[in-house]
Structure formats: structure tokens, C-alpha cells
Design a protein around this ligand. Structure first.
Ligand code: SF4
Ligand code: F3S
Ligand code: FES
Length: 248
């Protein structure tokens, strides 16, 4: 059943902008991205919005909906009262390009700084096996769709632009943990995670985990174990050696 939805969308660019009101006809089963596309098609052809898959898998359509970081394509209109105004603003942590589109290149810069996996040379005919437990642990981290909602919500950079240089953010702590938990990896990247990537600046508020559309337990399964590994190294190097040779 169609009804009239009140939307308030942020319009502007890096020099500034404002919220503008739109009335648009929608269906209960639609998502916020559908409503935005209809505004674009019928009233504001120049409205900038980034999207790609419309299936919650490409990570392109991140924005803030009534103040909460979400994927526009996975946010159902039926989650709201029909009389409620839905306000959509761009992610606050990244610079605006135009309207709802932000410049997320901060994240690509951080990705380039990540140390890669370091595997020992494979001997001829050598077979490598992994425990199922190790496979499953990494699998959770690889569900990341790089929507950067966790990066957007983390207060360390959300409210403190000057922390961006020193802080990689939860999406990349996830990657540090994934590499460090690889059973054949020989690198010790804990010092780098703690110092250069700013793991020590995370005070485990768990906001990143709360907004992750893939339901990845970023804090409990990646950040806290990574912090424990840093502490292990600081106070007991034998524990690190034990971890690497399989006693864990
Ligand atoms: Fe998005 Fe979750 Fe990946 Fe963060 S960890 S970028 S919230 S999918
Ligand atoms: Fe930020 Fe997540 Fe830590 S929100 S403070 S990285 S637990
Ligand atoms: Fe791909 Fe929303 S359009 S995640």
C-alpha cells in the first residue's frame, strides 16, 4: 500500500549545505535507497548518492539515517512509522564530496599501510593444512564488505579529526587480527598495530560492532584478542613464541 513519506536529505558540498525536505510516494516494503531514488527521479535529478548492488554486499550506500550509521539499501521503511520523517545525512567522519556522497579515501590510505601476510617458503611437495577452528575464525573477518560504517562511528576519529593520522580504525584492526591469527604467518605485527595503527587509542566502546551490517564481532573477536597479544608480548615473549608454534 503506497503512502506519502516525508524525507529530509542533506544537500550540499564541501563548502557547506543544509537539510532539504521532500515528500515522496513509497511502498511499505521498500528501503530507504528506493525512496531516495524516487526523489532523484521525480524531484531532484542532481541529487548525488552512491550505491551499486542494492543487496547489502558492495558497501557503497553507507549514510546516517535518523542519526544512525546504516546501509541505505538494507534499511526498511517498515522500520519507521509512516508519519515519521526520515532524515538522511552523509557519513560524518569523512569529507563530503556532494550531497550523500563522502570521500572515503582515508580508508584506502590506511589499507595501503597494512603489513601483508608473511608465509614461510613452501618446500617441494609440502602440504599445508589448517585447523578448522583457524579457518572459521578468519572467515568471520572476511565477511567485511568495506562499508566503513565502523570507521565512521568510532569516536576516536569521528570527533577528533587530528587523530586520523595515528589511527587506522576498527576495519583495519580486523585485518591486523586476521593476519596475526593466520597459523602460518611469521610476522610479528603487534608493535605496529599498537603504535603506528593506534590500537592503543581504542578504548573498547564497541560502537563499531553495533553498526556492522555483517554482524562481525569486531571488538570481541578482533580488537580485544589483538590487545591481549600486545600485552602478551610486552610481558611475556614466550607466550608469543608459543602462539606461533601452536601451543595456544
Ligand atoms: Fe563495514 Fe563491518 Fe567491514 Fe566495518 S567491519 S567496514 S562495519 S562490514
Ligand atoms: Fe572505536 Fe570500536 Fe574501539 S568504536 S574505540 S574501535 S571498540
Ligand atoms: Fe551495495 Fe547498499 S548498494 S551495500
Amino acid at each position: 500500500m503506497a503512502y506519502n513519506l516525508k524525507m529530509r536529505l542533506w544537500r550540499g558540498d564541501k563548502s557547506g549545505g543544509e537539510l532539504k525536505d521532500y515528500d515522496v510516494e513509497v511502498e511499505r516494503g521498500e528501503v530507504v535507497l528506493d525512496a531516495i531514488h524516487r526523489v532523484q527521479a521525480t524531484q531532484a535529478g542532481d541529487l548525488a548518492v552512491r550505491w551499486n548492488c542494492k543487496a547489502g554486499k558492495c558497501g557503497s550506500c553507507s549514510a546516517e539515517i535518523n542519526g544512525r550509521p546504516r546501509l541505505m539499501c538494507m534499511c526498511r521503511l517498515s522500520d519507521f512509522e509512516e508519519s515519521e520523517t526520515i532524515t538522511v545525512t552523509p557519513m560524518r567522519t569523512f569529507p563530503v564530496i556532494r550531497d550523500l556522497v563522502t570521500d572515503v579515501s582515508f580508508n584506502y590510505k590506511k589499507a595501503r599501510q597494512l603489513p601483508s601476510v608473511e608465509l614461510p617458503e613452501r618446500k617441494p611437495g609440502e602440504k599445508r593444512t589448517m585447523m578448522q577452528e583457524d579457518v572459521e575464525r578468519g572467515q568471520e573477518f572476511r565477511k567485511c564488505i568495506e562499508c566503513f560504517l565502523c570507521q565512521n562511528v568510532c569516536h576516536v576519529v569521528r570527533d577528533h579529526e587530528d587523530n586520523k593520522e595515528a589511527f587506522s580504525g576498527p576495519r583495519f584492526f580486523l585485518r591486523f587480527a586476521e593476519l596475526d591469527m593466520h597459523p602460518l604467518d611469521t610476522a610479528d605485527r603487534r608493535e605496529r598495530a599498537q603504535q603506528a595503527a593506534g590500537l592503543g587509542m581504542c578504548n573498547i566502546t564497541k560502537c563499531c560492532t553495533e553498526v556492522c551490517p555483517e554482524g562481525i564481532h569486531i571488538t570481541d573477536n578482533a580488537i580485544i584478542p589483538m590487545k591481549e597479544r600486545v600485552v602478551d608480548k610486552k610481558y611475556d615473549p614466550l607466550v608469543w613464541l608459543g602462539n606461533k608454534i601452536g601451543i595456544r
